[in-house]
Design a binder for this molecule. Structure first.
Ligand code: ATP
Ligand code: ZN
Length: 299
C-alpha cells in the first residue's frame, strides 16, 4: 500500500500513557512491529503507523497534519489549545473520545503551614507551573492577578528554591505533593487521556480505517466495564429486575421449558456489576444468576 495512505497516530513514547495506549491499540486488533529506532510501530494488519513521541508534541503533530490521530492527556490538549488561540491560530485537533486512563488533576498546591483562603488570596503571589495558559485562564475567570512562573519541569520544588510561593501541577495520588511538603488547595482542571483527530478532510482511502479504528476504540472502552448477565426470574418480578440491571437497555426475555411462571433474562450491562446488585436481584426473586465478561462489542 502507498505509504501516504497509512493512518498516522501519535502516542507518548515513554511515560504514564504509553503502556495503556499500546494496550488499547492491541485490543483494537493491531499487530505491530517496532522499528529499530523505536520511534515507530508499524501496523502489520492495519494501514496504521504509530509514532512514539513526547506527549507535549502530540497536539502539534496533529495540528501540522503529520499525524491524523493522537492519544494524549486533556491537560496537554487544553494547554495547547489555549496557547494556539493566544497566538491567533485556530487549533486543528478535535477531541473525539475520552479514554479510561491517565486520570489526574491540575491543582494549585500550597506549602505546608501556609494558610490558603480562597482564590482571592492568590493575588500578588508567584505560582509555578508547566501549564501557564490553563492557569492564567483560571485566574482571569476569578479576577485574580497573580504572577504565573512558567517552568519546564520540577515544579514541586520551586517553592523550596524560592522561585515561587505556590505551584500549579498535576496530581493523581497526592503522594508527590506530600513528599514535597505541599497540600492541595484548588482543582484547576480534571484530566484523563483522550483521542484527538485532525478536523481536516482525510483521504478517502484512509477515512474508512480511521472510522473503523475509532469504532473499535469505542468498543474496547465499552466492554471494559460491560458484563453479560443471565438469570431466571418470576414473570411478575421482571419490571423490578429490569430496574436493577445497571446500564442495560433492552433485556432479552426467553421462555423456560416446562414452566410459565419463570423466564430467563439475558442482558448486557454497560456498568460493572457488583455483589450488591446480585444480592438485590436475588431478593427481587431472581435465581441462577450468571455474570459473564464481554470480550468484544460493536454497537
Ligand atoms: P514526556 O517525556 O512525554 O514529555 P511527561 O513527563 O510530560 O513525559 P508523564 O509524567 O509521563 O509526562 O505524564 C503524561 C500524562 O499522564 C500527563 O500529561 C497527564 O495527562 C497524565 N498523568 C496522570 N497522572 C499523572 C500524574 N500524577 N502526574 C503527571 N501526569 C499524570
Ligand atoms: Zn510531557
Amino acid at each position: 500500500m502507498d505509504k501516504h495512505l497509512r493512518l498516522k497516530l501519535a502516542i507518548q513514547k515513554s511515560g504514564r500513557l504509553t503502556d495503556n495506549s499500546l494496550d488499547l491499540l492491541v485490543r483494537c486488533g493491531l499487530k505491530y512491529s517496532r522499528g529499530k529506532d523505536q520511534l515507530l510501530c508499524f501496523g502489520e494488519n492495519m494501514p496504521l503507523d504509530v509514532l512514539l513521541v513526547r506527549d507535549d508534541d502530540i497536539p502539534d503533530l496533529v495540528q501540522e497534519d503529520v499525524c491524523d490521530l493522537g492519544i494524549v492527556g486533556q491537560n496537554v490538549v487544553e494547554e495547547k489549545r489555549l496557547a494556539f488561540e493566544a497566538r491567533g491560530i485556530s487549533p486543528l485537533f478535535d477531541v473525539v473520545t475520552t479514554l479510561d486512563y491517565g486520570r489526574c488533576r491540575l491543582c494549585i498546591a500550597v506549602p505546608d503551614g501556609q494558610p490558603y483562603q480562597g482564590a482571592a488570596s492568590l493575588a500578588g503571589k508567584r505560582i509555578a507551573t508547566t501549564y501557564p495558559n490553563i492557569l492564567t485562564r483560571w485566574l482571569r475567570d476569578r479576577g485574580v492577578e497573580a504572577q504565573v512562573v512558567t517552568l519546564s519541569g520540577a515544579v514541586e520544588i520551586a517553592p523550596r528554591l524560592g522561585r515561587a510561593d505556590l505551584i500549579c501541577d498535576l496530581v493523581s495520588t497526592g503522594n508527590t505533593l506530600t513528599a514535597n511538603h505541599l497540600r492541595e488547595a484548588e482543582t484547576v482542571l480534571e484530566s484523563q487521556a483522550v483521542v484527538i483527530r485532525t478536523p481536516k478532510p482525510i483521504a478517502p482511502e484512509k477515512r474508512d480505517w480511521l472510522h473503523r479504528l475509532l469504532a473499535r476504540v469505542d468498543g474496547v472502552q465499552q466492554v471494559k466495564e460491560s458484563k453479560y448477565i443471565m438469570l431466571h426470574a418470576p414473570r411478575e418480578a421482571l419490571p423490578m429486575i429490569a430496574r436493577l440491571l445497571p446500564g442495560s437497555e433492552h433485556p432479552t426475555i426467553v421462555p423456560l421449558e416446562g414452566t410459565d411462571e419463570k423466564v430467563a433474562v439475558h442482558a448486557v450491562c454497560r456498568e460493572n456489576v457488583f455483589w450488591e446488585t446480585l444480592e438485590a436481584l436475588k431478593a427481587a426473586g431472581a435465581s441462577a444468576i450468571l455474570v459473564l465478561p464481554v470480550e468484544k462489542m460493536l454497537p
